[in-house]
Write a new protein. Structure first.
Lengths: 113, 108
């Protein structure tokens, strides 16, 4: 089945530790996105990548880093510089073309203790 | 960026049509309107999108006013599984900006 996978579903880390969230897609999509969602809020864009080896900051990139070494993978690192890292993180991808439908993964809920 | 305004919450009886309004008065001529929904603790799901004309697919219908300043998403026969947060989004370039959406509750 084609789709987007994010692992793990729940992640716990101690304050001050960096943590990397996984996002993999087998849809052959060019563009990939990372969003953050806080309780009762909409999604906010962290980073996005239109093509391998290229990515752009979204609206809330501070304290996060990404890489795009392979088309199917777009990992997100939450660094110790991120002041409030506890949140629900969602990865998405989209194919090129006019429809521009974003497909979302199931999300990772990160809790920093 | 074009902003959207949606009611915070709505109820609809099961089996009836759910009509979700959205205002986007600052939309530009080449910007599309997208609708997504998010069921609790899951990733958002694409529903439909449009530019000027009304659109229909297997999930819903999208009615866009002639001046494009507002739109309505119609779920023709709402079921309990349609309970979710519905986001109306104006796509700018290659990015979607999600607001807080409308929490739609389908009442049995």
């Amino acid at each position: 089945d084609g789709g987007i996978t994010q692992s793990p579903k729940y992640l716990f880390r101690k304050e001050g530790q960096n943590v990397t969230l996984s996002c993999e897609q087998n849809l052959n999509h060019d563009a990939m996105y990372w969003y953050r969602q806080d309780p009762g809020q909409g999604l906010r864009l962290i980073y996005y990548s239109q093509i391998v080896n290229d990515f752009q900051k979204g609206d809330i990139a501070e304290g996060y880093s990404v890489s795009r070494e392979k088309k199917e993978s777009f990992p997100l690192t939450v660094t110790s510089a991120q002041k409030n890292p506890t949140a629900f993180y969602l990865c998405a991808s989209t194919a090129s073309g006019s429809k521009y439908e974003q497909f979302f993964g199931p999300g990772t809920r990160l809790t920093v203790l | 960026d074009a902003k959207t305004t949606q009611p915070t919450s709505m109820d609809c009886a099961e089996g009836r049509a759910a009509n979700l309004p959205c205002n986007h008065s600052t939309i530009s001529g080449n910007e599309y309107v997208y609708w997504y929904r998010q069921i609790h603790s899951q990733g958002p799901q694409y529903i439909i999108h449009g530019l000027k004309n009304n659109e229909t697919n297997e999930m819903a219908s999208l009615i866009i006013t002639e001046d494009r300043k507002s739109s309505t998403l119609i779920l023709p026969h709402a079921t309990l599984r349609d309970t979710a947060v519905y986001y109306c989004i104006v796509r700018v370039d290659k990015k979607l900006t999600f607001g807080t959406g409308t929490r739609l509750t389908i009442i049995p």
